[in-house]
Structures are given as structure tokens and as C-alpha cells.
Write a protein that binds this ligand. Structure first.
Ligand SMILES: Nc1ncnc2c1ncn2[C@@H]1O[C@H](COP(=O)(O)OP(=O)(O)O)[C@@H](O)[C@H]1O
Ligand SMILES: N[C@@H](CCC(=O)OP(=O)(O)O)C(=O)O
Length: 321
């Protein structure tokens, strides 16, 4: 379990790619080479018998690019128009690439209501089940052209949490978020050079939540904060989650092979197993640390004695008096 072997056996997998993964940051154009590789990886996973759902961002970025709209436009109608144009272009590219391997795809555009309203959610669940039965790969995005943030349910705004809701809706056992960074650090490494990488998360607590800051680029939405939100939803629904760098899209192979790439968030059952398996190692470490502390203390005492100095015990530490 601890060496991520269990990832090999995952059957129903939701894979989310961010705008930064499928477009060139400098030009905003689609990265065709990467998209093609991505599609091949997905078909290969299908060939292995996995059930795949793709959550793909990119509608707004691609639409902006083809319409020549400058980045950073905040006007909602413009953004939604960009999404409407971009979504078509995005889907056309996926269709074309999947068709090369005779793999059928389906566009599923969701709103927050379609997940939060139990009747809509049941409909969506039935649709996904039917698509799986028909061997179709669903390609999901938020219905950006119509979703608004003021109404009863609001909108997702970011595909990280939406992908987690989708994973929960279809009872996926793994959610993979391909990002522009290799995973979670203790702080945004673009701003804090001392940030350390986190390989595995067993428990999402307040301290961990504080690590996740906003997006690091103009293209990204949500940053690490929404990915931690997504992790909470995923692990609570019983799916493990991995955040990895989409720069090298073949990393998906490594994840599925159980290699130690990205940050793995363990779901309840797996987290418990990990905790238990770590217990003897922790105990061993505690004993070792205690022995080392004792050795250091007696060395200190010896040094005081050798130097003819007076010393006394302060708490559990020898200090010169
Ligand atoms: N604790 C953190 N660890 C890693 N990245 C972080 C952290 N806090 C904020 N970030 C930022 O989140 C970004 C990734 O999210 P985002 O910009 O939404 O891109 P994407 O949509 O490609 O996932 C990183 O590039 C980084 O700048
Ligand atoms: N639904 C939006 C993407 C929102 C989003 O989360 O974007 P990203 O941070 O690039 O994954 C779109 O397709 O442009």
C-alpha cells in the first residue's frame, strides 16, 4: 500500500487537465502535441479496461485566443462568449484526436446545479453510467457560457472542485489533477523558495489548508487552494487523489504504475491503513530520537566536566551555571 502499488488497481478514474497543461502559456494556442499524447494515454487506459472521465479546462483561454480578446478581461459576458467559442474548438480537437483511434467521446457540460440538485445529479449519474456502458469517454467542463455566480447554487468557477464533485458523483476510485506544478508544497514555491514538497497527505487539517494559496499564473484558476478543496471532496467520497505536473503528460503513466510522483491524498480507508502501517516506523523513530537526545546530553555533560566548568540541569538540558 505504502509504495502506491494500489494505484495500479484503480478502475474508475477522473483526470482533470488545466488550461496550462493543454495550451502554450506564451501564445495561448492549443499544444497539439501534448493533447495528442494525452488522448493516446487515455485510450491506452481504456484498452487496459479502465473507465475514464476527462475534465478539461481550456474553453475560456482558447476562446480568448481565437477571438483575439486580451487576457485579463473581467467582463462576464465577454468571458462567457469566449467560453462558448472555445468550448467548441476544444471539443473539436478532442473529437478529431479520439476519432483517429475510433474512440467515441461525449461532451458533458455541467453547472453547479446539475451536481447539487439531487434530481439533476441523479440524471447526470445515469448519463455517465450509460456512457460507460457504451464505451464512450465523457469530456466534461463547466457550462461556462451560461453558469452564473449569483443564482441559488452559484458556479464552480474552477474545474478542480468540479472534477472532485464528478468523481464523487460517479463513485470514481481515483481523481488525477494535472497542474502546472508537480504537486503540493508547504507554501507556493513561486513565492517562497523554502517551500518543501509534500509527497503524501493522510489528513487534511487546518495547517494543510493554509499551505494552499491562489493561482500562480494568468491562465490558472484557483491555484492550490481549490485543489485542497477538491481533495477534501474526493477523499470524503472514497476516491484517492493525485496532483501532478502536466508539463510531462506521460506522468499519468507513472501515477498509474504506482511510482512516487506528485502529491497523493489518501481517502479514508487508505489513510487509515497508511497511519497503521507507519505506526511501527514512527515508534522506531521516536526511540532513535530519544537515544540521540540522551547521547547529546551526556556529551554536553562530559564537555563541561572536561573543561572544569560548573553546570546544572535546566529542565532536561545541562547548561553552564
Ligand atoms: N502550496 C502550494 N503548493 C504548490 N503550488 C501552489 C501552492 N500555493 C499556491 N500554488 C500555486 O498554484 C498553482 C497551480 O494552480 P493553477 O494556477 O490553478 O494551475 P492549474 O490550473 O494548471 O492547476 C501553482 O503554479 C502555484 O503557483
Ligand atoms: N471552465 C473553465 C476553466 C476553469 C479552470 O478551472 O481553469 P484551470 O485552472 O485552467 O483548470 C474553462 O474551460 O476555461
Amino acid at each position: 500500500m505504502r509504495n502506491r502499488e494500489m494505484l495500479k488497481d484503480k478502475k474508475r478514474i477522473v483526470i482533470k487537465v488545466g488550461t496550462s497543461t493543454i495550451t502554450y502559456a506564451e501564445t495561448g494556442n492549443i499544444n497539439l502535441e501534448k493533447l495528442e499524447k494525452f488522448v493516446r494515454i487515455l485510450i491506452n487506459l481504456r484498452n487496459k479496461g479502465k473507465e475514464i472521465i476527462v475534465v478539461s479546462s481550456g474553453a475560456v483561454g482558447i476562446g480568448r485566443n481565437v477571438l483575439g480578446v486580451k487576457s485579463g478581461v473581467k467582463d462576464r459576458a465577454v468571458r462567457q462568449a469566449c467560453a462558448a467559442v472555445g468550448q467548441g474548438r476544444l471539443m473539436m480537437m478532442y473529437e478529431k484526436l479520439f476519432a483517429e483511434y475510433s474512440q467515441l467521446t461525449a461532451q458533458v457540460l455541467l453547472t453547479k446545479e446539475s451536481i447539487m440538485n439531487e434530481m439533476c445529479a441523479q440524471n447526470a449519474r445515469n448519463t455517465f453510467d450509460e456512457l460507460f456502458a457504451m464505451n464512450v469517454v465523457p469530456i466534461v467542463n463547466e457550462n461556462d457560457a451560461i453558469s452564473v455566480d449569483e443564482e441559488a447554487y452559484g458556479n464552480f468557477g474552477d474545474n478542480d472542485t468540479m472534477a472532485a464533485y464528478v468523481a464523487s458523483l460517479v463513485d470514481a476510485d481515483l481523481l488525477i489533477l494535472m497542474s502546472d506544478i508537480e504537486g503540493l508544497y508547504t507554501d507556493d514555491p513561486k513565492k517562497n523558495p523554502h517551500a518543501r514538497f509534500v509527497h503524501t497527505v493522510v489528513k487534511i487539517d487546518e495547517e494543510l489548508e493554509k499551505m494552499g494559496k491562489g493561482a500562480g499564473s494568468d491562465l490558472g484558476t484557483g491555484g492550490m487552494a481549490t485543489k485542497i478543496e477538491a481533495a477534501k471532496i474526493a477523499v470524503n467520497s472514497g476516491a484517492d487523489m493525485v496532483i501532478a505536473n502536466g508539463q510531462n503528460i506521460y506522468t499519468i503513466h507513472d501515477i498509474m504504475a504506482g511510482k512516487k510522483v506528485g502529491t497523493l491524498f489518501l481517502s479514508g480507508e487508505n489513510a487509515l491503513e497508511m497511519e497503521n502501517s507507519l505506526a511501527p516506523e514512527r515508534e522506531q523513530y521516536r526511540r532513535l530520537a530519544k537515544r540521540k537526545r540522551k547521547e547529546t546530553l551526556s556529551k554536553k555533560k562530559e564537555n563541561y566536566q572536561a573543561g572544569g566548568m560548573d553546570y546544572e540541569l535546566h529542565g532536561s538540558n545541562w547548561q553552564a551555571s
